[in-house]
Design a protein around this ligand. Structure first.
Ligand code: SAH
Length: 376
């Protein structure tokens, strides 16, 4: 683990917070900001390209801007709101996790997973989470606040720059394909609970004039907030939908995912059906397998009965154990039996590879580990 000692002081943080946050500006707002500084519109275009196409983090590197303007901008605005606190790399060096500090001192985490051809980024949408899932590390601290659209986009730009520049630390020696190929909103937070900022960020990330990643390469994971699933179905962007089911019936699901009291299993499945009808897209159900809780053959059959008629895929995730938690991962044998039952019933299912377990790469786990350390 590399600790970066250069965190801003509270005073520096206040000064930073007072400056204009470039990543929170739309193209139009950036143009208006440049007009305020007495600059022509083409300067906004240049800065936009530096940020979203060349991943600039300082105005100083924007060499086609006049030096005097770069200095003025550096005084008036800030590009990335993120400061790296720790970067950790898994032993097999294919999962990298970064804990960032935000201008108000809050922290979030982002995980980069290196697969054969994909570079998948798992990003956060909130500081903490209000959903209270009983097996999840992020839920334990509750919700601190929503992320702004700029804070969501900044996580992606950080790794885009990192992958693009082999000289960036940490020097892992691994070959780095040059770009972020996939994004999943499976970090901290419930993206549907911060709907507007998340969708502003998604539009920026998919806009060919901005970051320009294909919408089909992005997946939004939700605990199942039904009205927001309906809203997403009408956004007109081909972002993938994943729903955290974890149990086939209300009695069990309510124990694991408390929001199930408001939107039960059948409500969620009905919303998914409406989404599929509207978009023609296959939805993924996530199911974290917990020993003795939701991993029995009976529950597998109950789940298979519910899902078999639907256009969907089930992602079985062996639980990432979290400290002081009664929940333990299912055994390999029970996991294999569970997936087998689903497949025999005609439900497409895979067991997701566990990534970065020793670096606490599960949802909210690095942040929790850091907080525990600082409390000691
Ligand atoms: N709020 C969103 C994103 C959460 S994180 C959602 O609920 O979908 C992405 C996935 O990780 C969710 O399916 C979540 O239930 C799951 N998850 C949370 N804690 C976990 C743990 N300890 N082990 C395995 N999966 C976990």
């Amino acid at each position: 683990m590399t600790a970066i000692p250069l965190l801003p002081t509270p005073k520096e943080r206040d000064a930073q917070a007072a400056r204009r946050s470039m990543l929170d500006l739309s193209r139009e707002e950036l143009t208006a900001f440049m007009a305020e500084l007495g600059q022509p519109a083409f300067r906004a275009r240049q800065i936009w390209d530096w940020i979203y196409k060349r991943y600039a983090v300082t105005f100083e590197e924007m060499t086609n801007l006049p030096r005097e303007l770069r200095t003025r901008l550096a005084d008036a605005a800030v590009i990335s709101p993120l400061t790296v606190i720790t970067e950790t790399l898994s032993l097999d060096r294919d999962t990298q996790k970064v804990l960032f500090q935000l201008p108000d001192g809050e922290t979030i985490e982002t995980v980069l997973m290196l697969y054969d051809k994909r570079r998948t980024l798992c990003i956060s949408s909130q500081v903490g989470c209000a959903m209270g899932c009983t097996f999840c590390a992020t839920a334990q601290g509750g919700l601190a606040r929503n992320l702004t659209a700029g804070e969501i986009v900044a996580q992606v730009l950080y790794f885009a720059r990192y992958l693009n520049d082999p000289d960036q630390p940490p020097h892992t020696g691994i070959q780095r394909p040059a770009r972020v190929t996939n994004i999943v909103l499976m970090g901290m937070g419930e993206p549907m609970h911060n709907y507007n900022s998340v969708w502003t960020a998604l539009r920026r990330l998919t806009d060919p004039d901005a970051f320009g990643l294909g919408a089909r390469h992005i997946t939004l994971s939700t605990v199942g907030l039904v009205p927001m699933i309906d809203r997403m179905a009408h956004e007109g962007l081909q972002i993938g939908l994943a729903v955290s089911l974890h149990a086939p019936n209300d009695e069990l699901r309510t124990q694991l995912v408390p929001v199930n009291k408001g939107y039960g299993v059948d409500d969620v499945l009905d919303a998914v059906d409406r989404y599929t009808n509207e978009t023609g897209r296959r939805v993924t159900f996530e199911y974290a397998l917990m020993r003795g809780i939701n991993d029995s053959p009976e529950l597998a059959r109950e789940l298979a009965d519910k899902l078999a008629p639907r256009l969907c895929h089930v992602n079985l995730i062996p639980l990432n154990p979290i400290p002081d938690s009664p929940f333990q991962p299912a055994s390999d044998a029970d996991t294999a039996a569970f997936v087998q039952i689903l497949r025999e019933a005609g439900v497409s299912a895979t067991v997701r590879l566990r990534r970065g377990i020793e670096i606490n790469a599960g949802c909210g786990q690095l942040r929790q580990a850091e907080q525990t350390k600082s409390e000691e």
